[in-house]
Design a protein around this ligand. Structure first.
Ligand code: NAD
Ligand code: UD2
Length: 310
């Protein structure tokens, strides 16, 4: 470790702020670049002497250049994280989700900063591999502007690796959950929605029969891997699925929330969402081969932490 800061783009958001806390606890200096579109001041330890915040947009090349000055490495999380927002505004989203990545690559090339950890998404697989454990060679099917920008960002990062010596660690996140995930949109992560409603005693809607499954990863486990990717001596090329290869159905999830809270509000079933994936689960063999994945936080334990009951 050296004293130069780690730049976290999107560091005021759900995942970024959890990562910032973990890096500060390990003694790193952290610089956050965030336009606070969904991120919040309240997510950050603003009074911490080793944390600084630049309020600015990754779509602005000059801002990115300035934010990178003197940094040792980058974790690039800034993005419009809502798929629905990318469908509603593909052009605006593209500025954040692809132009932002390119601006960062160029600034890194200019300044000789090599290491960058990037948040891609299981969305790059579309519906392919459904019902199986999805490995990284599963054909890509980016079905939305969000997924197209993530996959294109992966390709640009790989170009800068081959051409300019960048050291990208590309992770395709599956369904991440934990403290500070924003439940305010209908398209927010299902765990953030269900837990918020359960705590407030509000009715919960399940789309479909509740037997659909997802590969949920607790944000604390994810952050451990991101830190390892920052610290690794060398990195192999190629994106890595970040999932547990563990399928949890919504019905199991609701059971676990009920256990942690000692009961559930009314649960009703609505028609399944159009295009909803039935089963999404990572084959995480590459992750386990390349990184020392921590003992995964169990669903109940993760929910207890999220609900302040641990
Ligand atoms: P989030 O919305 O909480 O975090 C995104 C952060 O980026 C926010 O703080 C936001 O203000 C900031 N941001 C957005 N556009 C920006 C811009 N143009 N310039 C500067 N900052 C900008 O979402 P999150 O869940 O923490 O997601 C973090 C990353 O992980 C995103 O890239 C997202 O696509 C990816 N990801 C998340 C999940 C998940 O399950 N949460 C799954 C797959 C991929
Ligand atoms: C994730 C991404 C989405 C897109 C998709 C690609 C998140 C939050 N969403 O969607 O952006 O990348 O993967 O495959 O990361 N559900 C309910 N009730 C609710 C909310 C959700 O039943 O109030 C269901 C929903 O229909 C789905 C499951 O819960 O079957 C999980 O929904 P999600 O939006 O958390 O995640 P997912 O995997 O569908």
């Amino acid at each position: 470790m050296n004293d130069a800061p780690i730049l976290i783009t999107g560091g005021a958001g759900f995942i970024g702020s959890n990562l910032a806390d973990a890096l500060l606890a390990r003694g790193y200096a952290v610089r956050v670049l965030d336009n606070l579109s969904t991120g919040k001041h309240a997510n950050l330890q603003l009074e911490h002497p080793r944390l600084s915040l630049i309020e600015g947009d990754v779509a602005d090349a000059a801002v990115v250049r300035q934010a990178l000055q003197g940094c040792q490495a980058v974790v690039h999380l800034a993005a419009v994280a809502s798929v629905q927002a990318s469908v509603d505004d593909p052009v605006g989203t593209h500025q954040s989700n692809l132009v932002g990545t390119l601006n960062l690559c160029e600034a890194m090339r200019e300044q000789g900063v090599r290491r960058v950890v990037f948040a891609s998404s299981a969305a790059v697989y579309g519906n392919n591999g459904e019902g199986e454990a999805i490995d990284e060679d599963t054909p890509k099917a980016p079905l939305t502007p969000y997924a197209a920008d993530k996959l294109a960002s992966e390709y640009y990062l790989d170009f800068y690796r081959r051409q300019h010596g960048l050291e990208p660690a590309i992770f395709r996140f599956f369904n991440i959950f934990g403290p500070r995930q924003d439940p305010s949109s209908p398209y927010s992560g299902v765990i953030s929605i269900f837990t918020e409603r359960a705590q407030k005693g509000l009715p919960i809607s399940v789309f479909g029969d509740g037997e659909q499954t997802r590969d949920f990863v607790y944000v604390g486990d994810l952050v451990e891997v991101l830190v390892q990717a920052l610290e690794a001596e060398t990195l192999e090329a190629g994106a890595v699925n970040l999932g547990l290869s563990r399928a949890t159905s919504l019905n199991q999830l609701l059971g676990a929330i009920g256990d942690v809270l000692g009961g559930l509000p009314e649960v009703s079933h609505l028609p399944a969402r159009a295009g909803d994936i039935r089963h999404s689960r990572a084959n995480n063999a590459r992750l386990l081969a390349r990184f020392a994945f921590p003992e995964p936080t169990g669903m109940r334990e993760g929910l207890a932490k999220l609900l302040g009951r641990s």
